[in-house]
Design a protein around this ligand. Structure first.
Ligand code: AR6
Length: 184
């Protein structure tokens, strides 16, 4: 059984096999989680990202997809980079599906690598402006739906929320989902 856990903390400190990065299409770094991962993980991560840009992902990684690199000096084995959508109300349906795809694709990539433990941040809920409650609903709903399938080999999927507000919101949404039961 895959455990889904929530903690308040910094994703760069997690002792897990794979840490998911909320990147952008360039794969060349940025602020938020992305900045923290590159800073603490060191230049090896960026080197691999540049190689990905020079080969398969010449035009950048499309929104909703995921790709892995080394985790450099982080206490993890891999970083799975995924590109969340920028929040735009007029295109809600398409972009919500892209956000769900980030979680599905990241789990698929991590499982293919043989990861047993994966840590996620709240993708798109920072610079990309996705409202926190809805970001939590999509994140938790998508991961919960995936763990009986592609992610069944995983022992733990951990959401690492930065600050009490994000942690509290994920907790609240998770509890509400649990009380609604399966099929919701
Ligand atoms: N550990 C865990 N969560 C964190 C950390 C951390 N160290 N730092 C921030 N967060 P964001 P996005 C939270 O902006 O919205 C970058 O410039 C943060 O509080 O990192 O997908 C990229 O290069 C928020 O709840 O990602 C892209 O251009 C969540 O992580 C763009 O930002 C996501 O915030 C991506 O924006």
């Amino acid at each position: 059984m895959t455990r889904i856990t929530l903690i308040e903390g910094d994703i760069t400190e997690q002792q897990v096999d794979a840490v998911v990065n909320a990147a952008n299409s360039s794969l060349l770094g940025g602020g938020g989680v992305d900045g923290a991962i590159h800073r603490r993980g060191g230049p090896q991560i960026l080197e691999e990202c540049r190689r990905l840009r020079a080969s398969h992902w010449g035009r950048g990684l499309p929104t909703g997809q995921a790709v892995a690199t080394t985790a450099g000096r982080l206490p993890a084995r891999w970083v799975v980079h995924t590109v969340g959508p920028v929040y735009l109300e007029e295109e809600y349906d398409v972009r919500a599906e892209q956000l769900a795809s980030c979680y599905r694709e990241s789990l698929r990539v991590a499982a293919e690598l043989g990861a047993r433990t994966v840590a996620f941040p709240a993708v798109s809920a920072g610079v990309f402006g996705w409202p926190l409650e809805d970001a939590a609903r999509i994140a938790l709903g998508t991961v919960a739906a995936e763990v009986p399938g592609v992610a069944r080999e995983l022992e733990e999927v951990r959401f690492v929320l930065f600050g009490v507000e994000a942690y509290g919101m994920f907790e609240q949404v998770w509890r509400a989902m649990a009380s609604e039961g399966p099929g919701e």
